[in-house]
Design a protein around this ligand. Structure first.
Ligand SMILES: [Zn+2]
Length: 294
């Protein structure tokens, strides 16, 4: 059972998860071109009911942000779908009226408290709350924040001519941030503060980035959509149909899983169901996971 707000400490850092919604329920065979029903049978005992709906064979995915407080910085990672946005044909994302900002407030964060917003990549479900609707215009939701976008993703979606959801979100949730002078384009490694390292992890999108948190013996890595679903821990060669550069996506996925296994770091993805983060162990050529209940 997922609760909308949860908090844990990792070393000296505090990490808060704020959920926007649960969904979408894509069919596993739609998300994963390499889907194999035998894999479901093998892992059924832990997949049902939290991670797979066995009647529809859909993936149960979450939509949440992580807020990291460390060394004087408050960083909001991924901003979900947002309210009031036109996201047709995704009806459940269109004109959303969710209590996301109320939940952030309940967790102790006013929009003014956020120092940095980091979008792991510029897909529609990672940029939505960058902006909010005010008097008919899209304005930055977090007025004091520096918004970190990777330059490679920005340039990719700037040149993206197809009128799809990622184009809509680029126009209403990314460009207004640039126009307000709050965007910072990152290239290569970028140390935000001691123990908070932003790194390129291309593949899912050309400029996907991750954030490593290290504090003493403890570590975590915020991985956006490097993995969409926990089954990819067991099948790291499985890309989602949304991965733009297949070979790079596989390389980045293995690099992230290797880091977790070697460093004992928590994997903190954008869409895993409860408890939303896990430890990674090696298992032959692949990996296995241990859920972390914070
Ligand atoms: Zn996503």
């Amino acid at each position: 059972m997922s609760v909308p707000i949860s908090q844990q400490t990792i070393g000296a850092a505090r990490v808060t998860r704020v959920e926007e919604m649960a969904g979408p329920g894509f069919r596993l065979s739609t998300i994963f071109p390499d889907w194999d029903a035998a894999v479901f049978e093998e892992h059924k005992d832990w997949l049902v009911p939290t991670y797979v709906n066995p009647e529809k064979m859909t993936a149960l995915l979450n939509m949440h942000s992580w807020v990291v407080e460390h060394n004087g910085l408050t960083v909001l990672i991924d901003t979900c779908v947002g309210n009031d946005k036109d996201r047709m044909p995704a009806e459940n994302w269109t004109n959303n009226q969710g209590p996301y900002l109320e939940r952030l407030a309940e967790a102790g964060f006013q929009p003014e408290d956020i120092d940095m917003v980091m979008c792991t990549h510029l897909h529609v479900d990672h940029v939505g709350w960058n902006t909010k609707l005010l008097d008919g215009r899209w304005v930055p939701t977090f007025p004091n924040a520096k918004y970190l976008f990777s330059r490679a993703d920005f340039e990719h979606y700037q040149a993206h001519a197809e009128e799809d959801m990622d184009r809509l979100s680029f126009v209403d949730s990314v460009l207004p941030i640039v126009e307000h002078g709050l965007a910072e384009m990152t290239e290569g490694d970028h140390l935000l503060a001691e123990g908070l390292l932003l790194e390129p992890a291309p593949g899912h999108t050309p400029g996907h980035i991750t954030l490593k948190l290290e504090s003493g013996a403890d570590a975590a890595i915020f991985t956006g959509d490097i993995l969409h679903h926990p089954l990819q821990v067991y099948h790291p060669e499985w890309n989602s149909r949304f991965c733009i550069l297949p070979d790079e996506a596989r390389t980045s996925r293995r690099r992230v899983l290797d880091f977790c296994a070697d460093r004992g770091a928590l994997l903190m993805p954008a869409h895993f169901g409860a408890p939303h983060c896990c430890h990674i162990d090696r298992a032959g050529e692949a990996y296995s996971l241990r859920w972390h209940h914070g």
